[in-house]
Design a protein around this ligand. Structure first.
Ligand code: SER
Ligand code: ZN
Length: 539
């Protein structure tokens, strides 16, 4: 993200903050004098510390003491003071003074909210001598103005009550509590803005895509959409839910043949062990995996009842018994969202290792899961069995040192190549793309570490002339061990990778190229799949 910092450096930005610091006692003449001296010292040194020659840092441009009555005034009559000299004159002793209002201006160095925290930290010592303590901060106003060409139209942001864009300037008016200042929320808002702009700049370009390998052209035996043919033959029937199929005995047999190939030619020789990963994924997992950054438009949300008490639900059940309708809107009020259904398959596995230290002896660890469905709300994109909301995938996860993970990914790709060349005999290619976790976190581009990344497998769909991604192999670097605090006993860096094998996608590709008639399939695959069962007869 070096480029982003460069942009930040040349840009103009300023911060203006008005805050009231509440005190535990009354400020007398002596304390006020000490306060004046302290403000001067702040403007000369404390708020300038760490500021380079070219910068200005922060400055308390105005301060005054307030009593209860004036505090209630909500900073209505603020006289604009533009420099520190005025700030010193601004305050006189008043009866019952138990708060200090400061106005702080800054550039990018010692941002005004950091200046406020520095001021508070040191003020405690100054007022302590007069037995006056600090009682919390009210942030009255916080305005940020920055250069912003209108490449990104930001309409609203959390904690920003007003946002306007004109003359190449973005103006934000923030609404913050003391706690949010302490959590450096303003810094996070700015980081988010820079990130949105970075994304928009990438947006014009295509996602990263770089060809690594391409198979020979293969004889095309079929030129129709295999999904339509499968529907005609009743191999698949739409399920009751959107983007969901009921897979009949023939296609299920094909899926299981794919799984057997995977077991025989990948999992067994590479030393994989089967595990069962959860399929309800909580926000806790998605916060650590990064999915909480972007998953919202695609998640299948999971909710639980607010209570299991049958009485609480009786009227809902009664309503259905009488009307035959399920009152979903009323159900919504009685349930609570806890996360969603499995989306990327490997993230919930990491709870198994969270916070643990692994013995180096057991590396590399290779495990896989094929215990359930994955779900993505694909909206308009649903097509055939190649783009569905509910799909079946075998997910391979490998964990080891950096060298182990990188060499394992290479071994895995070798094994896959054997399958696609020697068993399925399809036309396919490999491409290095934006790492899946970055794509799923809504980040563009490539990982900063060249060795981290996703290789997508794509195959030609003759009926449309398009290439379909049907599986991937990824080296995820230290992302997951770091995200879930997993360590190695030796202290060496722990890496991981994963590979998702989509059964629907394999079928979509294979059947699109070879058709549904088994006599056209490669002998190697026919032997594995055997006879397709004919079970249902319809009249
Ligand atoms: N977890 C990876 C993904 O979601 C591989 O399945 O793409
Ligand atoms: Zn994965």
């Amino acid at each position: 993200m070096g480029a982003m910092n460069a942009v930040e450096d040349v840009e103009h930005i300023n911060f203006r903050l008005v805050a009231v610091l509440k005190l535990s006692g009354e400020l007398g003449e002596d304390a006020l004098n000490a306060l004046r001296d302290f403000v001067r010292a702040c403007n000369q040194t404390l708020l300038k510390k760490g500021v380079p020659e070219s910068g200005r840092g922060a400055e308390i441009v105005r301060f005054r003491v307030l009593n209860e009555a004036e505090r209630a005034d909500e900073a209505e009559n603020v006289d604009e003071a533009e420099n520190a000299d005025e700030a010193e004159k601004a305050s006189d002793v008043i009866p019952g003074a138990n708060a200090i209002e400061v106005e702080i201006h800054s550039d990018r160095y010692v941002r005004a909210h950091d200046a406020l925290l520095r001021f508070r930290r040191n003020l405690a010592g100054v007022l302590g001598r007069y037995r006056i303590g600090l009682r919390g901060i009210d942030v009255r106003t916080y305005e940020i103005e920055m250069d912003w060409r209108d490449e990104v139209r930001v309409k609203s942001l959390p904690f920003v009550k007003n946002l306007s864009l004109s003359d190449g300037k973005l103006r934000l008016s923030l609404e913050l509590s003391e706690r949010e200042i302490e959590r450096r929320i303003p810094d996070r808002i700015l980081r988010l803005l820079y990130e949105k702009r970075e994304m928009a700049r990438w947006g014009g370009k295509k996602e990263h895509w770089e060809l690594l390998f391409e198979s020979e052209r293969k004889e095309i035996l079929f030129d129709r959409d295999p999904a339509e043919e499968m529907i005609r033959r009743c191999w698949i029937v739409h399920g009751a839910s959107r983007g969901q199929w009921i897979y009949g005995p023939q296609i299920t047999r094909i899926f299981r043949a794919f799984e057997r190939i995977l077991m025989e030619h990948v999992c067994k020789p590479l030393g994989y062990h089967e595990m069962i990963f959860p399929k309800v994924v909580t926000w806790d997992v998605w916060k650590h995996s990064g999915h909480a950054r972007a998953i919202y438009p695609e998640a299948y949300y999971v909710c639980v009842p607010k209570t299991r008490d049958p009485e609480y639900w009786e009227d809902i059940a009664d309503y259905f018994k009488i009307t035959g309708e399920v009152p979903t809107d009323r159900i919504m009020e009685r349930i609570e969202n806890i996360g969603g259904l499995c989306y990327a398959q490997c993230p919930p596995f990491w709870i198994f290792l969270r916070g643990k230290t692994i013995d180096d002896d057991c590396l590399p660890i290779c495990v896989f899961d094929r215990s359930g469905t994955s779900h993505r709300y694909e909206s308009g994109g649903i097509h055939g069995i190649e783009r569905v909301d509910e799909f079946h995938r075998v997910e391979l996860v490998f964990i080891g040192t950096k060298e182990q993970v990188i060499s394992h990914a290479a071994a895995l790709r070798e094994r896959y190549r054997f399958i696609f060349e020697k068993i399925l005999d399809i036309e396919w290619r490999e491409a290095k793309v934006t790492p899946w976790f970055m794509a799923q976190e809504g980040r563009a581009g490539v990982a900063s570490d060249r060795e981290v990344g996703t290789v997508d497998y794509e195959a030609l769909l003759p009926y449309s002339g398009k290439w379909l991604e049907f599986q991937n192999v990824s080296v995820n670097g230290d992302k997951y061990p770091r995200g879930f605090s997993v360590k190695l006993r030796s202290g060496r860096e722990l890496w991981s990778g994963c590979s998702g094998v989509g059964l629907e996608r394999w079928a979509a590709v294979f059947l699109a190229q070879k058709g549904l008639d088994t006599e056209n399939w490669p002998q190697s695959f026919r032997e594995i799949v055997g006879e397709l069962p004919e079970v249902f007869k319809f009249v």
